[in-house]
Design a binder for this molecule. Structure first.
Ligand SMILES: NC(=O)c1ccc[n+]([C@@H]2O[C@H](COP(=O)([O-])OP(=O)(O)OC[C@H]3O[C@@H](n4cnc5c(N)ncnc54)[C@H](O)[C@@H]3O)[C@@H](O)[C@H]2O)c1
Length: 305
């Protein structure tokens, strides 16, 4: 068996046929995990694609001596999510880590955002996180109740757009902010069963970003220079969070990009006023302005600087 921090673990990575998910799947396999490589094989906007690229990533893992199976289902459907967890249990007899990563974009300014663009993006990111998480959580709860030791890990994928907002991405920002809320609740609910749940906000060069942010995402010209925006740079943190080595870390959000890892700190109460009686609207406004003057300004929304 391969050495590594995920030796003996079974890991599901959704949307792992390309981009960040593929890099995570290969990195888990390199650390000794057996991997279920999920990908529905859709276009950059979620339109049906010709085939699932999951099999090619499985071939890459097997070529290096690792173990992996492909799953071509839709993670945002009940059947797809249930069969995904079943694929891990049927193929490898256990499940230790779930990396929710699959997704796509339908970027538009709010006034041009169709209901279908809203529904499709909310569905793939939010429901596509919730359903695999629910099926995996049910398995881990049953394991814990049967008296078996569980050291399970979930890594969800948010985005800077979900943490700070992003112009032209109202649907995506709302979905990715929702992923953070789901992460906090799942971490709180599942800790008693030995399940840790964290989220990352990555940035890397994939088909999702290589055109829109072409200059920022470009690979370096000089041979041997650090390719900062390669998706492989995000995976080490994901692998560690998905391993038993991250014991004690749950309900946290990390930005991961290039050579940088940042703990993102969430909402904290700022300046407050309480007079134990109802304010009039004018008084409430006056007080709000005073408190705002004492508060820290928010981080700029992406696309406004
Ligand atoms: N690339 C970045 O800089 C960046 C930044 C922030 C967040 N993210 C997030 O990281 C994740 C991966 O993005 P990426 O950049 O690697 O994109 P990508 O398009 O390269 O890969 C996403 C994969 O998900 C698959 N997929 C889509 N819908 C699916 C479904 N319903 N079921 C199963 N598979 C499905 C696609 O076929 C695709 O292979 C996404 O959640 C994205 O929102 C990426």
């Amino acid at each position: 068996m391969t050495a590594g921090i995920c030796r003996g673990r079974v890991v599901i990575v959704t949307g792992a046929g390309r981009g960040l998910g593929r890099a995570h799947a290969l990195a888990f396999a390199a650390e000794g995990a057996r991997v279920v490589v999920n990908d529905l094989g859709v276009g950059p906007d979620g339109a049906p694609g010709p085939d699932s690229p999951a099999g090619r990533v499985v071939d890459e893992i097997r070529a290096t001596g690792g173990e992996a199976v492909a799953h071509g289902g839709d993670v945002a459907s009940g059947e797809g999510a249930a069969s995904l967890v079943a694929a891990a249990l049927d193929s490898f007899g256990r499940l230790d880590t779930l990396v929710n990563n699959a997704g796509f974009l339908r970027d538009r300014m709010l006034v041009n955002l169709d209901e279908d663009d809203w529904d499709a993006v909310m569905r793939v990111h939010l429901k596509g996180h919730f359903l695999p998480l629910k099926h995996a959580a049910a398995h881990w709860r049953a394991e814990a109740k049967a008296g078996r030791e569980v050291a399970a890990r979930v890594v969800n994928t948010s985005s800077g757009a979900g943490l700070l907002g992003s112009v032209g991405q109202g649907n995506y920002s709302a979905a990715k902010a929702g992923v953070v809320g789901l992460t906090l609740v799942a971490a709180a609910e599942m800790s008693r069963y030995g399940v840790q749940v964290n989220a990352i906000a990555p940035a890397a060069r994939t088909r999702m970003t290589e055109r829109t942010f072409a200059a920022t995402m470009a690979a370096p010209d000089e041979p041997g220079a650090f390719d900062a925006m390669a998706p492989e740079n995000v995976s080490p943190l994901v692998v560690w969070l998905g391993s038993a080595a991250s014991a004690g870390v749950t309900g946290r959000v990390f930005e991961a990009e290039a050579g940088r890892i940042t703990v993102m700190q969430g909402w904290h109460p700022g300046p407050t006023a309480d007079r134990a009686a109802r304010w009039s609207p004018a008084e409430a406004g006056e007080t709000a302005l005073k408190l705002l003057a004492e508060s820290q300004p928010p981080q700029p929304v992406y696309g406004t600087r």
